[in-house]
Design a protein around this ligand. Structure first.
Ligand SMILES: *[C@@H]1O[C@H](CO)[C@@H](O)[C@H](O)[C@H]1NC(C)=O
Ligand SMILES: *[C@@H]1O[C@H](CO)[C@@H](O)[C@H](O)[C@H]1NC(C)=O
Ligand SMILES: *[C@@H]1O[C@H](CO)[C@@H](O)[C@H](O)[C@H]1NC(C)=O
Ligand SMILES: *[C@@H]1O[C@H](CO)[C@@H](O)[C@H](O)[C@H]1NC(C)=O
Ligand SMILES: *[C@@H]1O[C@H](CO)[C@@H](O)[C@H](O)[C@H]1NC(C)=O
Ligand SMILES: *[C@@H]1O[C@H](CO)[C@@H](O)[C@H](O)[C@H]1NC(C)=O
Ligand SMILES: *[C@@H]1O[C@H](CO)[C@@H](O)[C@H](O)[C@H]1NC(C)=O
Length: 607
């Protein structure tokens, strides 16, 4: 049931919303956008919601990207005031975001035991990798599972992948002691070891754990040790594990950034079966080096029934050599002949060079989606490398600054039924409606009634509009006669999924109000009442306790007087005195003026 309000209430509460943009929609090849003239993070506000939404710029757009899937980002960066997991529709409009998940990484959708979940990592990412937890939200955006690393370790941000066996694989960084003489370091040096675990999602138990330092030589890496490894507070990050996949044979495919290679790991023994790329590459490169010269790569995944691997290659090697252009790779891998060949490469039309992060996803449509990690961009290619859609969610002007970014950019289907109600705002004769995360609303129906307490069946349809973008605007038609209005969301079957609060509309006043203000005010009242209630309860308890205490002292005093008088029969009759006390009192009355702190002796002894 929606709430109801009368006009005086609304008038009393009406708070002017600071001038808010309507759903502005995406830009298409905007110079202003790319130069940063629309802000370092172009954003928009809404009338009916406090959420801040993104604004994207399509540098290129094709209908061939319209597969009905949503784009999933883990938005963060120094210019993003409200970082969070975020879902956008095919036009770049906000569908869902949530505050309070800071910092988010690797938002994706997985099907686990028949249900779909939004999955992501949240935690402290200040050390270049992370220490945090993995979340699985169900279709109503409730936390269904919260997964931690096992064996007392801390889960890292780089990977949370649900395997075909309905287990989760995660990455972990752990500081341990290591003999660094091979790197001209101390015998008792310190490293960030790279681990991964396979976890039982329900029990959190580790089913498998693997540790890089037991299988890789330190000399296989490309990252200098200088300045690290000497002490526990400056461990050497020699490996930097950043993705884990599990195949049908039960083996694992991992990616290590600082060894610039992929490794295929036996799921029973942990032994390395092969390495692709890096200093100890074991594959014959049928593409003259282009398949194995991967560097700082991310997101390696088996595809095509484990005959091919896709990955995001070359996040360059840091600010010193930014000229290297990142590419997506689709590699044919023949594990019998130990050959590898580039099937396709994917080059961004603006030659983006991402120094970190990034993703490559082979979509069901056959297209390939690349997320540029450290840079706020994603590009969708045809499988053979033609650029179809090229999208920025931050201006090119600020690329390579870390001001706006998303660890991965992925596309997935999603169906969300939020537990909240849709939100409404009224400004003069215009209403606005939005519902964070409600994917199934197709039509918004403006409904009117003649009293604030009307039942659902008493509401009549005034007008309706197809849901567009995050927020939909519906003008109140001039011939409307109903004073009380609300908006209901209908799905494709015309079933009502939810209704807003009811507002009173007065055509003679240009008032502005929204369910936000009402909720805020309701919350204020709620807070007032709950404070008043708890204060009352407190006072009652305090009064009761002090009465008890007073009573207690009064009785003590009375007892003392009776004891002094030796008035034992009265006391015993009142059952206020134990046998012991009677004994002591007898003793006491014998001793006459002695102190009240008598020693303790059984009554029998005295008798
Ligand atoms: C450390 O490694 C070096 C070189 O491999 C070896 O000579 C030395 O004995 C090792 N030290 C320890 C304490 O194991
Ligand atoms: C690596 O592959 C890329 C893409 O084909 C190519 O441009 C580059 O020259 C290669 N580098 C080496 C060292 O083979
Ligand atoms: C996948 O590969 C395995 C082993 O090579 C084969 O038995 C199976 O039929 C393949 N599946 C498909 C769908 O191609
Ligand atoms: C990636 O970076 C490495 C070293 O920075 C470079 O040698 C290689 O050619 C780059 N690869 C591509 C595909 O640009
Ligand atoms: C991207 O790089 C290619 C090859 O290095 C070059 O031909 C092209 O002009 C560059 N494009 C842009 C937009 O800089
Ligand atoms: C709203 O519409 C009514 C007529 O339906 C009109 O009289 C009134 O001026 C309008 N109010 C505003 C604020 O535009
Ligand atoms: C109604 O108020 C809004 C802002 O509060 C203002 O922008 C708009 O022009 C007003 N409309 C009329 C008809 O006064």
């Amino acid at each position: 049931m929606p709430g109801h309000l009368n006009l005086s209430y609304v008038l009393c509460l009406a708070v002017l919303i600071s001038s808010a943009l309507a759903d502005v929609g995406a830009y298409y090849g905007s110079n202003e956008y790319e130069k940063g003239e629309l802000g370092e993070w172009p954003q928009q506000t809404y009338h009916s919601s406090r959420i801040i939404g993104p604004v994207v710029d399509f540098l290129q757009h094709s209908d061939r990207c319209d597969d009905g899937l949503y784009t999933m980002l883990s938005l963060r960066g120094s210019k993003v005031p409200s970082p969070g997991p975020m879902i956008l529709d095919g036009k770049g409009n906000l569908v869902w975001t949530a505050e309070g998940y800071v910092q988010p990484y690797a938002l994706a959708k997985y099907t686990y035991k028949g249900n779909d979940y939004l999955t992501f990592w949240v935690g402290n990412d200040e050390i270049g990798h992370g220490e945090g937890m993995y979340y699985m939200l169900d279709s109503s955006y409730e936390e269904a599972f919260k997964v931690s690393a096992a064996n007392g370790l801390r889960g890292d941000l780089h990977e949370f992948h649900i395997t075909r066996d309905e287990t989760a694989v995660i990455t972990i960084y752990e500081i341990i002691q290591a003999n660094l003489t091979s790197m001209y370091g101390p015998e008792e040096g310190w490293i960030w070891d790279g681990l991964f675990q396979e976890l039982d999602i329900e029990t959190g138990e580790a089913l498998f754990q693997w540790r890089a330092s037991e299988h890789f030589e330190f000399t296989e890496g490309y990252v200098a040790r200088v300045g690290s490894g000497e002490s526990e507070d400056r461990p050497w990050d020699f490996f930097h594990i950043n993705s884990v996949d599990k195949d049908s044979k039960g083996n694992f495919l991992i990616s290590t950034r600082y060894m610039s290679c992929l490794a295929y790991i036996d799921g029973k023994t942990g032994e390395i079966i092969w390495k692709l790329g890096g200093k100890k590459n074991m594959f014959k490169d049928l593409s003259g080096g282009a398949a194995t010269n991967i560097s700082w790569q991310h997101h390696a995944r088996w595809v095509d029934n484990e005959t091919a691997i896709t990955l995001f290659d070359n996040a360059s090697r840091g600010p010193a050599d930014p000229e290297h252009i990142s590419r997506g790779l689709y590699l044919d891998v023949d594990q019998e002949k130990m050959t590898v060949k580039v099937r396709h490469e994917y080059w961004n039309p603006h030659n983006i060079s991402s120094q970190s992060q990034g993703s490559l996803q082979l979509l069901d449509s056959g297209n390939v989606l690349i997320g540029y990690g450290a840079n706020p961009a994603w590009t969708e290619f045809s499988v053979d490398g033609e650029v179809l859609c090229d999208v920025h969610f931050g201006p090119q002007f600020n690329f390579d600054t870390g001001e706006v970014l998303s660890y991965r950019a992925l596309k997935h289907s999603w169906v969300g039924f939020p537990k909240t109600d849709p939100e409404i705002a009224l400004q003069g004769n215009t209403t606005y409606v939005s519902w964070n995360g409600a994917t199934e609303v197709v039509t918004w129906v403006l409904e009117g009634a003649d009293s604030s307490g009307a039942d659902d069946e008493e509401y009549l349809t005034i007008d309706s509009r197809p849901k567009e973008g995050f927020e939909t605007e519906i003008p109140i038609p001039p011939d409307n006669v109903h004073r009380f209005i609300r908006i209901s969301g209908q799905d494709a079957n015309r079933d009502i999924l939810g209704s807003t609060l009811t507002l009173e509309w007065d055509p003679s006043h240009n008032i502005t109000t929204s369910s936000l203000d009402i909720q805020a005010t309701n919350n204020k009242w709620l807070m007032f009442f709950s404070t008043a209630f708890s204060t009352t309860i407190f006072l009652v308890i305090a009064w009761w306790a002090s009465m008890r205490l007073l009573d207690h002292f009064r009785r003590q005093k009375k007892r003392k007087q009776r004891l002094l008088r030796g008035d034992l029969q009265d006391l015993a009759a009142d059952e206020e005195l134990s046998e012991d006390e009677i004994g002591h009192s007898v003793e006491f009355s014998l001793l006459q003026n002695a102190d009240i702190h008598y020693d303790i002796r059984p009554l029998d002894e005295l008798r």
